[in-house]
Design a protein around this ligand. Structure first.
Ligand code: ADP
Ligand code: MG
Length: 399
């Protein structure tokens, strides 16, 4: 789960980390009020969307010459003008895709006198089973470009979670940032605070770009992105409240209501499968047969009729879907129960595309019989390879 910049900064501030003052705003009036609470004379109005690259982004409605999603404003009036222009419009950045994201929230924050910009991020490194802290002197730009052009300017510090953040980690990090004197001390302290915040909140990723050194020699977090491990969120009800579903794919939000693991993909064959491994194998075999999956969808172990119906509705709501492949292994669930669920659901949603079903497991013969007697044009398949071939052929025939 991702959260907005202003929310992430509020979390980091709890750990004593230096953040410029700022307030979130949903309306132009709130943006003006936010600015009035700040000392001025320099304000920055920042679009709050779950995507980076806002500074260099462009608003769809405003033409190529208008400013982007991070706007320096030299007066409260300028804050008002910028907020008016930004709210409700669609910001396109390198991370949003061409469709962009509508800006519904703003963050009005202190303008900072920047001396240097640095890069810092942390993530769970699955390869080492440790936490990686990645730092670079090249802040404020695309870290992918830095990695490509000048990889020697990126340093990774690996922290063993069993040991925690040790003083030598802090020294390595401050050294990699090229800092000396008091700034070096500030960086070491920041490293420790960030590590504590990261592990406390079960973060998956925390990126600070840029981390800045101000003209009066303070280290401040100017921009941050934070995401949490979804499997650990039940330990953090306060963080769960920060979820902004308007930033998420509507189909994925709907799926999460039914506890379905759904991820939209680019192909035209909808997949409904139980078990993540089987779902991956199903997607692979669709590709092997020359077509592409429209989604990943795992209905889980105890798929009820209600869940199967919700899954059908979500798959069919995607206009790209031209056929559906159901691949269910009846282990915990029995195949006849699943078949009844599929038939009920298919009738309820008024199935408009070809449907191939492969059932395997307990009571499979009974399950197939239910599908055959349903009066619906359901094509039964015997195994995974057969199922994939059949759905690809059905979609080709229908086209
Ligand atoms: P994004 O990464 O989405 O483009 P940032 O918050 O990193 O958004 O802003 C882009 C650039 O704008 C920063 O690299 C920094 O130079 C400038 N900037 C952002 N916030 C401030 C601020 N509070 N004061 C001064 N400059 C800022
Ligand atoms: Mg940034």
């Amino acid at each position: 789960m991702n959260i907005h910049e202003y929310q992430a900064k509020e979390q980091l501030a709890k750990y004593g980390i230096g953040i410029p003052a700022g307030h979130a705003a949903l309306t132009v009036d709130e943006a003006v009020e936010a600015a009035e609470k700040l000392p001025g004379p320099l304000y920055v109005v920042k679009a709050q969307i779950h995507a980076g690259g806002r500074g260099k982004g462009k608003f769809k409605e405003l033409g190529p010459d208008a400013s982007g999603g991070v706007r320096l404003s030299k007066s409260v009036d300028a804050v008002r003008d910028n907020a008016t222009e930004m709210l409700g419009n669609t910001l396109v950045t390198i991370q949003t895709g061409d469709e962009g994201k509508q800006v519904n929230r703003l963050y009005v924050t202190d303008g900072v006198d920047i001396a240097e910009e640095y890069y810092l991020s942390m993530l769970v490194d699955r390869a080492t089973g440790r936490i990686a802290m990645i730092v670079s002197t090249e802040g404020g730009m695309d870290i992918e470009d830095v990695a490509h052009n000048t990889p020697e300017k990126i340093k990774t510090i690996t922290i063993d979670p069993a040991q925690g953040f040790m003083p030598h980690h802090g020294r390595s990090m401050a050294f990699a940032l090229g800092l000396s004197g008091d700034l070096n001390k500030q960086a070491q302290k920041l490293g420790k605070q960030l590590y504590t915040a990261f592990t406390d909140m079960d973060c998956e990723m925390l990126e600070i770009n840029p981390l800045v050194e101000t003209k009066d020699a303070q280290l401040l977090v100017l921009d941050t992105k934070m995401s949490f491990d979804g499997n650990a969120l039940m330990r953090h009800p306060n963080l769960m409240e920060l979820r902004d579903v308007t930033e998420e794919d509507p189909a994925e939000v709907e799926a999460s209501k039914y506890d379905l693991a759904y991820i939209k993909l680019d192909g035209n064959i909808g997949c409904m499968v139980n078990g993540a491994g089987l779902a991956m194998a199903t997607m692979d075999i669709i590709k092997l047969n020359g077509a592409f999956p429209a989604n990943f969808l795992d209905v889980g172990g105890g798929a009820t009729t209600e869940k199967v119906t919700a899954a059908f509705k979500i798959i069919l709501a995607d206009p790209a879907v031209e056929g559906i492949l159901v691949n269910i292994f009846g282990g915990i669930m029995k195949c006849d129960i699943i078949a009844e669920g599929i038939v009920t659901a298919a009738k309820e949603v008024d199935l408009s595309v070809p449907l191939v079903v492969r059932l395997e497991g307990t009571n499979v013969a009974k399950g197939k019989e239910i599908l055959a007697n349903s009066g619906l044009p359901i094509v039964s398949a015997d195994d995974l390879g057969d199922a994939a071939k059949k759905i690809v052929a059905q979609v080709k025939d229908a086209a």
